[in-house]
Design a protein around this ligand. Structure first.
Ligand code: MG
Length: 373
C-alpha cells in the first residue's frame, strides 16, 4: 500500500498467519483477510442480529451488519489521513462483532451468566473464535487463518482467566503492550459509529427526543450550527445534517489529536507503537463530551423501559435455550452433539451465539411450543 507511515502495519512487518500460505496475487495480505471475513457465514448472519433495536422492530434501524459497515467506513477514511493500513482497519472493523450473540448486549450478558461456571462468554473472544475455529469453509484449516494483526485487532480486551488460552495473542495483555494503531483506530471508529447511529435510531424510534438531546453539549452545539445555516430545513434532514457534522468533528478531532500523540511519543516503528501508551485518541474536550453523550444514551435509550422489556425477553429466551440444551444434549443438532463430546458446554455457547435474532425466536418456539402442524 502506497504512503504507509513507518508506524503502520504492513505486509512487511506482519507476523503472518498461523498456517503458512503463499502470498496472494493481486491483493495484499490484509485485503485477503477482509475478503475472507466478507465471505464468511458469520458475517452474513450479522444482518439479522440486533444492535440496540431487535431486528423485527423496523427496517430502518441499524443491525450488526450495517453497524460493521459504518465502522469500516469511518475507520478507513481516518486510516487514510493517518497513513495507517486501511485494509487492516477495514478487516478488523468488519470482523469485530462476528461473535455477537442474538439480541445485542442483553443476549451477551445472558449467555455470559449461563456460562459462568464454564469459562464465561465474552463477545470479542467469541469473534476471535469464529475466525480462528468456527468457520468451516477451507480445505486446509478450520477458521479463516487470518493474519496475526487482524486477530490482535479483534481481541480488544479479555478477562484475566482467559489470557492463557490465547497463546501468542495473550502475551500483550500480560506484558501490558498496546495493539497496532490500526486496532486502536478500529476501536474508536466503533465508538463514533454507535454513538451517532444510536442517536439517529433513538430519535427515529421516538424513545428519545430532540428536546432531551439538547442537554448533550456535542449534539446541541452541532444542531445550533445546522439551524443557523439552514433555518427552514425539515426535521429529519436537520437530524441527519447534525449527525453528519458530529461524525465529521469526531473524525477530524481524532486525526488531529492522534497525530499530536504520535509525534510526542516519537514512535518510528510498529514495535515502538506496542511499547508506547495508547496513541489514538480524542482531545480532552471531545473526550468529555463523548462521556456525557454516552451517559445520556445509557440513561435515556439503553435503559428506556421499552428497550428493557425487549432485553428481559431476550434474556429469558437465551436462558431457556441454554437450560434446555444443557439438561438434554440430544436436543442439539447432531453435529453439535458430536462436538459436545470434546468441548462440553462451549458448544452450546457456540450454537446459541451463532443464532440470529429470528433464529433464536424460532428455536425457542420449536423447543417450547407444541403446534398442530
Ligand atoms: Mg461494534
Amino acid at each position: 500500500m502506497a504512503n504507509l507511515a513507518v508506524y503502520a502495519v504492513s505486509s512487511m512487518n506482519s507476523r503472518g498467519r498461523v498456517i503458512f500460505e503463499d502470498l496472494p496475487a493481486g491483493r495484499s495480505e490484509f485485503q485477503r483477510d477482509r475478503d475472507r471475513i466478507i465471505h464468511s457465514s458469520a458475517f452474513r448472519r450479522l444482518e439479522y442480529k440486533t444492535q440496540v433495536f431487535v431486528n423485527h422492530e423496523g427496517d430502518l434501524f441499524r443491525t450488526r451488519l450495517t453497524h460493521s459497515l459504518e465502522v469500516a467506513q469511518i475507520g478507513r477514511s481516518i486510516a487514510r489521513s493517518l497513513h495507517l493500513n486501511e485494509d487492516l482497519v477495514e478487516a478488523i472493523s468488519l470482523a469485530h462483532d462476528l461473535g455477537h450473540t442474538p439480541f445485542g448486549h442483553a443476549g451477551q450478558d445472558a449467555l455470559n451468566g449461563c456460562m459462568k461456571d464454564y469459562g464465561g462468554f465474552e463477545h470479542n473472544l467469541q469473534s476471535l473464535r469464529v475466525v480462528d475455529v468456527l468457520e468451516e469453509r477451507y480445505a486446509a484449516f478450520n477458521g479463516l487463518n487470518l493474519c496475526y494483526e487482524t486477530r490482535e485487532g479483534i481481541l480488544k480486551h479479555v478477562a484475566k482467566k482467559n489470557i492463557e488460552k490465547l497463546g501468542e495473542l495473550g502475551i500483550r495483555f500480560t506484558q501490558h503492550k498496546r495493539p497496532s494503531l490500526e486496532a486502536q483506530l478500529a476501536n474508536f471508529s466503533d465508538e463514533i459509529a454507535y454513538n451517532n447511529h444510536d442517536i439517529d435510531d433513538g430519535l427515529r424510534s421516538g424513545l428519545i427526543s430532540l428536546h432531551q438531546l439538547n442537554e448533550v453539549s456535542i449534539f446541541s452545539r452541532h444542531l445550533a450550527q445546522v439551524k443557523l445555516r439552514h433555518p427552514l430545513i425539515p426535521e429529519r434532514r436537520m437530524i441527519y445534517e447534525t449527525i453528519r457534522s458530529m461524525i465529521n468533528t469526531l473524525a477530524t478531532d481524532l486525526i488531529q489529536q492522534s497525530l499530536i500523540n504520535i509525534q510526542a511519543a516519537q514512535v518510528d516503528s510498529l514495535d515502538a507503537v506496542h511499547a508506547a501508551p495508547p496513541l489514538i485518541g480524542f482531545s480532552e474536550r471531545i473526550n468529555q463530551e463523548q462521556q456525557q453523550l454516552k451517559k445520556f444514551l445509557y440513561d435515556n435509550l439503553y435503559r428506556h423501559y421499552r428497550v428493557m422489556r425487549m432485553n428481559s425477553k431476550a434474556r429469558h429466551t437465551i436462558e431457556k435455550l441454554f437450560s434446555a440444551f444443557s439438561t438434554e444434549i440430544r436436543l442439539l443438532p447432531s453435529e453439535y452433539q458430536i462436538k459436545y463430546t470434546q468441548e462440553g458446554y462451549q458448544v452450546i455457547a457456540d450454537y446459541i451465539a451463532g443464532m440470529t435474532d429470528r433464529y433464536a425466536i424460532k428455536e425457542y418456539q420449536r423447543l417450547f411450543t407444541i403446534t398442530e402442524n
